[in-house]
Design a protein around this ligand. Structure first.
Ligand SMILES: Nc1ncnc2c1ncn2[C@@H]1O[C@H](COP(=O)(O)OP(=O)(O)OP(=O)(O)O)[C@@H](O)[C@H]1O
Ligand SMILES: CC(C)(CO)[C@@H](O)C(=O)NCCC(=O)O
Ligand SMILES: [K+]
Length: 270
C-alpha cells in the first residue's frame, strides 16, 4: 500500500494505491508541519486522525478512513509517500515524513525534458501518453493553465503557460481599483456584456477558449492523430464552456482528473 501526493500551487492532491491498483483520490488544503509530524506517529485503529480530516476536503471518505485509521501506517510502517511538488516550501515540510520518496525529472521516462520543467507537467504528459497513447497533448486547467505535448517517440515537444481561470479573476481584482473579484457561474456569459461582472467573465472565458482552440489546432497540424487530455481543477468548467462554444474541438478532448497519478504509476517505484 502506498500514497501519492502531488502539491500544486493551490492545494494538495492525494491518491492511494495497493501495488499497481488505484484505490481512490481526494484533495486537501496544504497541511502544516505539525500535522506531517503527526502522520509519522501510529495512532492505532479507532483513534481516528481527526485533525488531518478536519484539514481536508475529502471526496472519498471511506478510502481515507481506511488509511488514516491506522495513522498513515501499514503493519507498523509508515505508508510510502511518493511526492511530486511544484511548491518548494511545501516540499520542505514533507521531507520530515518518515518514508517520503520525492519524484524528480530524471526519473521521468521521457526525452527532451528541460531542467526547470514542472514535475506536474512531466508526469501529466507521461500519464496521458501511457493511458491514451502517444503523441499526447495535456491541457492542465489548474492554478496555471498549461499545455504540454509529447510526440510518438516520447519526446517533449514543448508547451505554454498562462494564468489559470481563478488567477486571472484574482489578478484583475488585485490590480485595479474598480473591478471586484467574481466567480465563474458555469453559465456562458454574453460576449458583449452590459455589466462589470459579465464583462470580466466574457473577457476571460472567450479569450481562454479561443486560445485553447488555437493551441489544439496548431498541435493537430503537427500531430493529427494525437490524443488531447484535459485535467486540473477547472477541467469540467472549461469542457462545458468548450462544448457550448467550440463543440467540434470539445468532441476531440478526453478529460481525466488523475493524469499525474498515472504518470507516477509509470515512474520507477515498487
Ligand atoms: N477547493 C478548491 N481550491 C482551489 N481551487 C479550486 C477548488 N475547487 C476548484 N478549484 C479550481 O481549480 C483550479 C486550481 O486547480 P488545481 O487544484 O488543479 O490546481 P493546483 O494543482 O493546486 O495548481 P497547479 O496549477 O500548480 O497544478 C482553480 O482555478 C479553481 O478555479
Ligand atoms: C506551471 C506550473 C506552475 C503548473 O503547475 C508548474 O508546472 C511549474 O511551476 N513549472 C515550472 C516551469 C515550467 O514548467 O516551465
Ligand atoms: K513564483
Amino acid at each position: 500500500m502506498w500514497l501519492a501526493l502531488t502539491i500544486g500551487n493551490s492545494r494538495l492532491h492525494w491518491a492511494w494505491f495497493k501495488g499497481k491498483t488505484f484505490c481512490g483520490a481526494w484533495d486537501t488544503e496544504y497541511l502544516s508541519a505539525a500535522i506531517v509530524e503527526q502522520m509519522n506517529q501510529p495512532c492505532g485503529r479507532g483513534k481516528f486522525n481527526s485533525e488531518i480530516l478536519a484539514a481536508s476536503l475529502i471526496q472519498e471518505l471511506d478510502a481515507v478512513e481506511e488509511i488514516v485509521g491506522d495513522g498513515f501506517h501499514h503493519r507498523d510502517r509508515p505508508l510510502p509517500l511518493y511526492l511530486a511538488s511544484v511548491v518548494p516550501q511545501q516540499t520542505a515540510i514533507w521531507q520530515n515524513y518518515h518514508d517520503v520518496r520525492t519524484i524528480a525529472l530524471d526519473q521521468i521516462p521521457l526525452q527532451g525534458l528541460y531542467p526547470t520543467l514542472g514535475i506536474d507537467r512531466a508526469l501529466a504528459v507521461l500519464g496521458a501518453g501511457e493511458v491514451y497513447g502517444f503523441p499526447a497533448l495535456v491541457i492542465d486547467a489548474g492554478t496555471a493553465l498549461t499545455f504540454t505535448g509529447a510526440d510518438a517517440a516520447r519526446r517533449l515537444v514543448g508547451g505554454a503557460i498562462l494564468p489559470g481561470l481563478r488567477l486571472q479573476l484574482q489578478s484583475l481584482a488585485q490590480g485595479t481599483a474598480a473591478l471586484p473579484e467574481i466567480e465563474l457561474a458555469g453559465a456562458l456569459p454574453p460576449r458583449w456584456a452590459l455589466n462589470t461582472s459579465l464583462a470580466i467573465q466574457s473577457g476571460i472565458i472567450y479569450t481562454v477558449l479561443a486560445g485553447i482552440a488555437d493551441f489544439i489546432d496548431a498541435w493537430r497540424q503537427e500531430f493529427p492523430q494525437s490524443r488531447i487530455v484535459l485535467t486540473g481543477g477547472d477541467r469540467t468548467l472549461l469542457l462545458n464552456y468548450l462544448q457550448a462554444v467550440f463543440p467540434q474541438v470539445a468532441a476531440k478532448i478526453n478529460t481525466d482528473p488523475h493524469l499525474i497519478f498515472w504518470g507516477i504509476l509509470n515512474t520507477p517505484q515498487p
